[in-house]
Ligand binder design. Structure first.
Ligand code: SAM
Length: 338
């Protein structure tokens, strides 16, 4: 079914987001700031299958020139044909400096908007299947629409906000924390991240990713020529190996391979393929640092080659990739051998 869709992404990656959705769903569209608007031939896949989009909804209306004295009535009029309960009302903004300035406006606007929506046939009910999205590009312009299930995110702007733990050795720790939340469900986190399990962390220093594992009781071999945080080494769970991450091999298979080395993405994908093919790890989380140009093609190429190598060797696996909120010029991938 064709339709007009609005998707949010990291600012600067609009072209990649558009290219990716068009490759899956056909159609064409335009880039906005921190978002894209696309008329597709088929519905886009769930967000979990898209690398660059973090939020998505089917557009019901787009309003320009909302009068500052009365924004609510035009919104109600646009939604008149869409009455019915919603599970959430998400006031959203692009992840740009201009977008962030809308926070104060949202604080004033949210409560009167919600009560007006409830009185006019769009009450919030937790058991409702659809979410209402209002993506403001500024305080006068809004894209309005709906998402259901995995087509959109229940989080405003699709952003998982995480607090930097005081004991963490680096901000990078948030990338892995987010990856573990996004790629694993609660049961998998309980089963696969517990004392007694092991990990190798390539490019570990100063230790943000290693710390995510040791706080869950895993033992980690941290491979990096750079220094690791002292407290981590004192935990008794970490062995620091000052070696080249491309040459290092574990003496015994580990549960997790982590890799945050700054290197060409094709080299990293090749390295991870080797670990999986030799059975050196059961699961991996790895970062692909993106080049300046052809970033969508580069990600596709890395994932396709990795997937093909494993399929050809008969290694059943699940492979996912996402540009996380805490990723910058990079994406994070997850692989689990089945
Ligand atoms: N994940 C780390 C954290 O959370 O603290 C940050 C890693 S930092 C982005 C990249 C690290 O990769 C650097 O410490 C660098 O020394 C290391 N690195 C780059 N090339 C490497 C190689 N060939 N072998 C081992 N480490 C490497």
């Amino acid at each position: 079914m064709s339709g007009l869709w609005v998707l949010q992404c990291r600012p600067g990656f609009e072209a990649e987001c558009l290219e990716e959705v068009c490759a899956h769903s056909g159609g064409n569209g335009e880039t906005l700031s921190g978002a894209v608007s696309i008329r597709t031939e088929r519905d886009p896949p769930p967000l979990a299958e898209l690398v660059f989009a973090r939020q998505a909804f089917r557009q019901a209306a787009a309003l320009q020139d909302l009068p500052p004295g009365d924004r609510i009535n035009p919104i109600l009029a646009a939604l008149a044909a869409h009455a019915g309960p919603v599970s959430a009302v998400l006031l959203e903004n692009p992840d740009t400096n201009d977008g962030k300035e809308l926070a104060a406006f949202f604080r004033r606007f949210e409560s009167p908007l919600r009560s007006a929506l409830a009185k006019n046939g769009l009450p919030v009910r937790r058991d409702a299947s659809r979410r209402l999205h209002l993506l403001f590009t500024d305080s006068r312009r809004v894209h309005i629409g709906f998402s259901e299930g995995g087509t959109g995110s229940p989080l405003a702007n699709g952003i998982l906000r995480l607090k930097l733990p005081r004991a963490a050795p680096s901000r990078s720790t948030l990338k892995l924390e987010e990856a573990l939340q996004v790629f694993l469900d609660e049961r998998q986190r309980e089963r696969w991240l517990r004392p007694g399990l092991s990990a190798v962390d390539l490019g570990a220093a100063p230790g943000g990713w290693t710390w995510q594992m040791t706080t869950r009781g895993l033992k980690v071999i941290a491979v990096d020529n750079g220094p690791m945080q002292r407290e981590l080494l004192d935990s008794g769970l970490v062995v620091h190996r000052r070696e080249d991450g491309f040459r290092y091999r574990p003496t015994r298979a580990v549960d997790w391979l982590l890799c945050d080395m700054v290197e060409q993405p094709q080299r990293i994908a090749e390295l991870v393929a080797g670990w999986c093919l030799r059975g050196d790890c059961r699961r991996a989380v790895f970062n692909l640092k993106l080049p300046m140009k052809k970033r969508y093609a580069c990600v596709q190429d890395c994932l396709e080659r990795l997937g093909m190598q494993l399929r050809q060797a008969g290694v059943d696996h699940e492979l996912r990739c996402k540009q996380l909120y805490h990723d910058r010029e990079e994406v994070t991938a997850f692989i689990a051998l089945l």
